[in-house]
Design a protein around this ligand. Structure first.
Ligand code: PLP
Length: 396
């Protein structure tokens, strides 16, 4: 009997080691990693520069607490501000923690303006984490069920619908922020359109709301730019980050700008582990390697190979609803639930995932090569084809 609490329907393999875009299970079978630990292993596995940096760091300092400053934290914060055009950073350890801090910033920003019960606009199909506040902000009843009462203070709207924002604003004078993913990840790879993000920026400026963009999954180079909202050429006021920032070492960050950067003062927020030297070194090394090796351009290039390849091999196959995404954040939506494709791919030596029941999600590491992108297509396309052309009853 396992002594691990039963919170995941796990795949029936155990992984033992990895190298580059490959991982091995305890039986010695090799898999092409098309998921990178859910958009976490930016540099793949066992990247020589990350391994060397972490080995060096453990011989110096692993943890100090936030009672003392560390140069590595200053360096990583400076780097993130440089890349984002924003002003300062709060470090934490995960995506939900970064989002929790963003929600607290929006609420205190409201209170500072004299709003007693600040409200935050959130989205259908959004995913922001599984703490009580972040699951309440999440737009998925399955994530919330059994954990009511939910945290109040959220107003929900559909994505890419400006009329819905204006209706929410008219109905509710206590709104202080809009909180969304630039590309919804768990919700099925649903991009916020560039014009929509630009309109939100304008509305937030006019109304004095904070624009808070959750880049936990779509940020850190995955879409071919440092941050996915940069495709719309706008700046957020608050940007939570996590997943890919440490290439596997737990880390979260909230990047803030302008008035949002000065909402918190001493005593308003904190964390024991956040900003520790090991995580800061992992973050710095990840960004440095991405820059030196041109990994964003690579993400755009490999993403195109995958999308073009899947389109080409599946032309004329009925049942493909849409192929969408950007760079190495790709969703292939089918017209029916398709979770069993995960197992079929695994048996064929490819790790992928299905989200929102019918969206095959691809999130390979940014060190993917063109050949690996093609290999992914060559394994996956025939699996999708045979799944879609089998008798419907077997697929259900
Ligand atoms: C994964 C994810 C989170 C939650 O991150 P954790 O580190 O699992 O807490 C929040 N927002 C988005 C967009 C995510 O993809």
């Amino acid at each position: 009997m396992s002594h691990i609490m039963n919170t995941y329907a796990r795949q029936p393999i155990s992984l033992s080691h990895g190298e580059g875009a490959w991982v091995w299970d305890t039986e010695g079978r090799r898999y092409l990693d098309g998921l990178s630990g859910i958009a976490v292993n930016t540099l793949g596995h066992k990247h020589p520069k990350l391994v060397a940096a972490l080995q060096d760091q453990v011989t110096k300092l692993i943890h100090t607490s936030n009672i003392y400053g560390i140069p590595l934290g200053e360096q990583l914060a400076t780097k993130l501000c440089e890349l984002s055009g924003m002003d300062n950073v709060f470090f934490c350890n995960s995506g939900l923690e970064a989002n929790e801090a963003a929600i607290k910033i929006a609420r205190k920003y409201g209170h500072d303006k004299g709003i007693a019960e600040p409200q935050i606009i959130v989205y259908e199909k959004a995913f922001h984490g599984r703490s009580l506040a972040t699951l309440s902000a999440t737009g998925n009843a399955k994530v919330q069920k059994g954990f009511e009462p939910l945290v109040p203070g959220f107003v929900r709207v559909p994505l890419n619908d400006i009329a819905a924002i204006e209706a929410a604003a008219a109905a509710n004078p206590s709104i202080t922020a809009v909180f969304l993913e630039a590309i919804q990840g768990e919700g099925g790879i649903n991009p916020a359109r560039a014009e929509y993000l630009q309109a939100l920026r304008r509305i937030c400026d006019e109304r004095g709301w904070l624009l808070m963009i959750d880049e936990v999954q779509c940020g850190i180079g995955r879409t071919g730019k440092w941050f996915a909202h940069q495709w719309a050429d706008i700046l957020p006021d608050v940007m939570p980050l996590a997943k890919g920032l440490g290439s596997g070492v737990p880390i979260g960050a909230v990047v803030a700008r302008g008035v949002a950067a000065h909402v918190f003062g001493p005593g308003n927020h904190g964390t024991t582990f956040g900003g520790n030297p090991l995580a800061m070194r992992a973050g710095l090394t990840t960004l440095q390697v991405m820059q030196e090796d041109g990994l964003m351009a690579n993400a755009a290039h490999c993403g195109q190979i995958i999308v073009d390849g899947i389109r080409k091999q599946l032309t004329g196959t009925p049942g493909i609803a849409e192929i969408r995404g950007q760079g190495l954040m790709i969703g292939i939506e089918l017209d029916r639930p398709c979770t069993e494709i995960v197992g079929r791919a695994r048996e064929a030596g490819l790790l992928i995932n299905v989200t929102a029941d019918r969206v095959i999600r691809l999130l390979p590491p940014l060190i993917f090569t063109s050949a690996q992108a093609q290999q992914l297509v060559d394994i996956l396309a025939p699996i999708i084809h045979s799944f879609l052309t089998q008798p419907q009853s077997a697929a259900a």
